[in-house]
Design a protein around this ligand. Structure first.
Ligand SMILES: NC(=O)c1ccc[n+]([C@@H]2O[C@H](COP(=O)([O-])OP(=O)(O)OC[C@H]3O[C@@H](n4cnc5c(N)ncnc54)[C@H](O)[C@@H]3O)[C@@H](O)[C@H]2O)c1
Length: 372
């Protein structure tokens, strides 16, 4: 298959982890005979230095002309004094908006090998595997009017949704739940907010088109508690922008390290794939960043932009195998625990080796299945 991937590595550890994710995609292409075409463009601080803007028009054009965009991270201390619209982070917000993805997918899962890294008890997190579907283009972050009237000592934002905005993201959640454990938990605050009443009624309407998927509604405050008490009870969690932002960060503790978390934003002109973490200026350039979140992001790219589900699963298995064998980047090491310390590059190479073995093992079986 042919796939044009734009890599916007960005700042800090962005280039370090994206290099490993791109190597993983190249391995998949080489072994499977796929034609993946890679190009690279600057974004964030790197783009400010090179072109004077956090999202140069050439980067945006290249993104819109690609089949998928793989992003590292943006941001750096040297840009902190710039006004918000000129900072590296503005480039990412502009890119997200221009690509138009309205559904942000963020998996949070318990790796048995990392159970002790979570502040939650292993018996609580064991087996947890949640997919957050967060609405990304509406709600409180975008609603008008919004203002801070400094003289008047007041500020306001507007949480606003149209039924169509809710319906389209609900379809994404139900479709994905149908491929998983067939349950959607829709989050709202319908006991207080009118916008949540609209949300609940639209989600309930969409659910009727997916009779095989169970729907439950939870208030956001209760959901925040249940996620920590009984994370295994969740499959797909569907939430509006603000609630999804908060709950998906909360659930990240199940995984044990920010460096493990992938994400995808789908539904727009071009899908955008990025690890959840930022540019981590405190560890940038030291070769110690965890590349597994970026590598798992590459798996999401294959799943959602190339429909290469077998290859996506193979990457996920290679990551699990690497962890099961005890290899740990610095963020995953625990005092007193035995683990084999590895650098960013070594972690990437280990996953790559295991991925090659998995894919090569699968090929003769696939060929036999085709012949049968
Ligand atoms: N999507 C993005 O590009 C994005 C997201 C969040 C923050 N940021 C930006 O990143 C900069 C730093 O922000 P922050 O410190 O709040 O968040 P951060 O995610 O960069 O770092 C938080 C902590 O987690 C650690 N960490 C993060 N990713 C890691 C990895 N892969 N391996 C090992 N350790 C890792 C960091 O060392 C740090 O201690 C800021 O400029 C911020 O605006 C960008």
């Amino acid at each position: 298959m042919k796939l044009k991937v734009l890599i916007v590595a960005g700042d800090g550890i962005g280039p370090e982890v994206t290099r490993q994710a791109a190597a993983i995609l190249k391995t998949v292409a080489d072994i499977g005979g796929h034609q993946f075409q890679f190009s690279e463009m600057p974004i964030g601080g790197a783009a400010i230095r090179k072109a004077g803007a956090p999202l140069p028009p050439s980067t945006l054009d290249a993104a819109l002309a690609s089949d998928a965009v793989l992003l590292g991270a943006v941001g750096g201390n040297e840009f902190n004094s710039l006004p918000p619209a000129a900072r590296p982070e503005a480039g990412l917000l502009q890119l997200r908006q221009a690509l138009g993805g309205f559904a942000n997918l963020r998996p949070a899962f318990a790796h048995p090998a990392l159970a002790a890294n979570s502040p939650l008890r292993p018996e609580t997190t064991s087996g947890a595997d949640i997919l957050f579907v967060r609405e990304l283009l509406g709600g409180l972050y975008f609603g008008e009017p919004r203002a801070w009237d400094q003289a008047g000592g007041a500020a306001w934002n507007t949480m606003r949704y149209t039924r169509d905005e809710v319906v389209r993201v609900a379809h994404v959640a139900f479709r994905l739940a149908g491929q998983r454990r067939k349950k959607v938990t829709s989050v709202d605050k319908a006991n207080v907010l009118e916008v949540s009443q609209l949300w609940r009624s639209a989600v309930t309407e969409v659910a009727q088109q997916y009779p095989g998927v169970a729907l439950e509604h939870q208030y956001v405050d209760a959901c925040a508690m249940h996620l920590m008490n009984a994370p295994r009870n969740f499959d797909v969690v569907l939430a509006e922008n603000l609630f999804g932002d908060i709950l998906s960060d909360e659930a990240a503790v199940i995984t044990g390290s920010l460096g493990m978390l992938p994400s995808a934003t789908i539904g727009g002109a071009v899908n955008l794939y990025e690890p959840v973490h930022g540019s981590a200026p405190d560890i940038a350039g030291k070769g110690i960043a965890n590349p597994l979140g970026a590598i798992l992001t590459a798996a999401m790219l294959l799943r959602h932009s190339a429909q290469l589900e077998t290859e996506a699963k193979a990457i996920e298995s290679a990551v699990v195998q690497t962890l099961d064998e005890g290899y740990r980047t610095a963020d995953l090491e625990r005092a007193g625990a035995t683990g084999k310390h590895v650098s960013t590059e070594e972690a990437g190479a280990l996953v790559q080796e295991r991925l090659s073995e998995i894919l090569k093992r699968a090929r003769p079986m696939e060929a036999a299945a085709e012949r049968a």
